[in-house]
Design a protein around this ligand. Structure first.
Ligand code: SAM
Length: 446
């Protein structure tokens, strides 16, 4: 496809996204079905531009003084991808594929140096935090409650592209061997955990092969898993020989990290109330060499779950949430989120914590994790839980991480800066270049 055609396609997809409020992936797939002429490179370029436009939506609206998909795409080309106003004018006017010549107003905005979010102008000017931080205006009270004066800075870090993080699977290899294999894709060790590695964020203008095609991935040596998610799993602490229940196992990202932490000892149970979500875990566990895992099917094996009540050393709750911590990877979710959804998630979090607590044995531990940064889904939910369950007490998440054996000296220092006054952790892209996660550890003391 010609570049002008790709630009028009991005506008068409964002128009559909705004109209139907579907995930961007759905809008993209529906467009691709009617555009068989588009190759893999075209699709990567177009979806990369749409994602970047959504990452920076609020500051681009400010820069362009318009909220249309066309303004977003033109603004993203100029202020995120660094195209010149002349290049954009030529692409827009190109017949027959371009989206149509620029208006005088668009030209003026694209040439104006005051409006580039990239240049930091939007942040330096007296703009509201949601513009400087590129988050929805209605979430400002939550962002300010969690981060105070740093709300815009944290939001801006959540509006950047994310790197590809990998967890080295010690059930199958050693960090040394895996890192040697990852050299081929420019993978490097991350300093905070002994088993974490990273590949720089791919540029959507250059179609690079996914990491899942490299032999190290197919051999089960590495799993794609964000650093924040790896930290959350490691908060299960010392689990060798323990009975562990992953209560919201989903596709099993954290389950597999727990299996590695347990070194395949004792028994790890994976449960999710939605059987469809557990499906990928069967083949993922096989590839990863997790042999101590029992997946409990919620449709057929309810009794198997009931039998675990009061018997678990550790119950891991990776609760359903708004996903506000993973807006770098899913910027469409940031604009699809609505207040009623937040309310629903909070109710689910209360329910899931109460259900999961029944499986902890006396003296056992409960780990509560979300990939949301909002205190409403984290501190407030724990406070409500502790009021109703006075036998549980907070412990320091950092101590559990240290007990996992994965935390480096540098990691301990970096995570100490992410501690909340209650001893939980709130990791963020601004603080440690991970996705945003909240991690709290509790113990049943009486
Ligand atoms: C954040 S996702 C889990 C992601 C997964 N742990 C991973 O690392 O890939 C939350 C999961 O909680 C599940 N869930 C929601 N309410 C639940 C409940 N009451 N009991 C068990 N699972 C629940 C959802 O189906 C969803 O798969």
């Amino acid at each position: 496809m010609r570049l002008s055609g790709r630009v028009s396609a991005a506008i068409e997809i964002l128009t559909d996204f705004d109209a139907r409020r579907v995930p961007l992936k759905t809008a993209m797939q529906d467009w691709a079905r009617g555009a068989r002429y588009a190759g893999a490179k075209d699709r990567a370029w177009i979806s990369g531009l749409c994602l970047d436009a959504l990452r920076r939506r609020a500051s681009l609206v400010h820069a362009m003084d318009a909220d249309s998909p066309r303004a977003l795409v033109l603004g993203a080309l100029r202020f995120v991808w660094g195209a010149s106003a002349d290049e954009i004018a030529a692409l827009a006017a190109e017949e027959p594929h371009g989206p149509g010549a620029l208006s005088a107003e668009e030209e003026e905005k694209l040439r104006s140096s005051r409006c580039g979010p990239e240049s930091g102008q939007a942040r330096a000017e007296a703009v509201p935090p949601h513009v400087a931080g590129d988050f929805p205006a209605w979430t400002t009270p939550m962002m300010v409650r969690a981060f105070g004066q740093r709300a815009a800075e944290e939001g801006a870090a959540l509006a950047a592209r994310a790197d590809v993080d990998l967890r080295i699977n010690t059930l199958k290899t050693t960090p040394e061997k895996a890192l040697a294999a990852l050299k081929a894709v420019k993978g490097e060790a991350l300093p905070l955990l002994t088993t974490a590695a990273r590949i720089n964020a791919p540029d959507p203008r250059e179609k690079v092969p996914a990491v899942t095609v490299i032999p190290a991935f197919n051999r089960g040596w590495v799993e794609v898993q964000d650093l924040g998610s790896q930290i959350a799993a490691a908060a299960a602490g010392a689990v060798r020989g323990a009975q562990v229940l992953d209560f919201c196992a989903g596709g099993g990202g954290k389950t597999l990290a727990l299996a590695a932490l347990m070194e395949n000892t004792s028994q790890l149970y994976a449960w999710d109330r939605d059987a469809r979500r557990l499906k990928p875990l069967y083949h993922r566990a096989k590839r990863a060499g997790a042999r101590n895992l029992q997946i409990i099917n919620p449709v057929t094996d309810k009794e198997a779950l009931a039998a675990l009540a009061g018997r678990m050393d550790v119950v891991f709750v990776d609760a359903p949430c708004t996903g506000s911590g993973v807006w770098r990877r899913h910027p469409d979710a940031k604009w699809r989120l609505a207040p009623d959804q937040l309310e629903r998630r909070m109710k689910e979090q209360d329910a899931v914590l109460a259900e999961a607590a029944r499986f902890v044995k006396p003296g056992g531990r409960l780990v509560y994790v979300t990939c949301s940064l909002f205190m409403e889904e984290n501190e407030d939910r724990l406070a409500a839980f502790l009021e109703a369950h006075p036998g549980f007490a907070r412990t320091r998440a950092l101590d559990a991480l240290a007990a996992s054996g994965l935390l480096t000296k540098e990691g301990r220092a970096a995570l100490a800066r992410c501690e909340t006054p209650d001893g939980a952790l709130r990791v963020t892209p601004a603080r440690i270049s991970s996705d945003g996660f909240f991690v709290a550890t509790l113990q049943w003391t009486r």
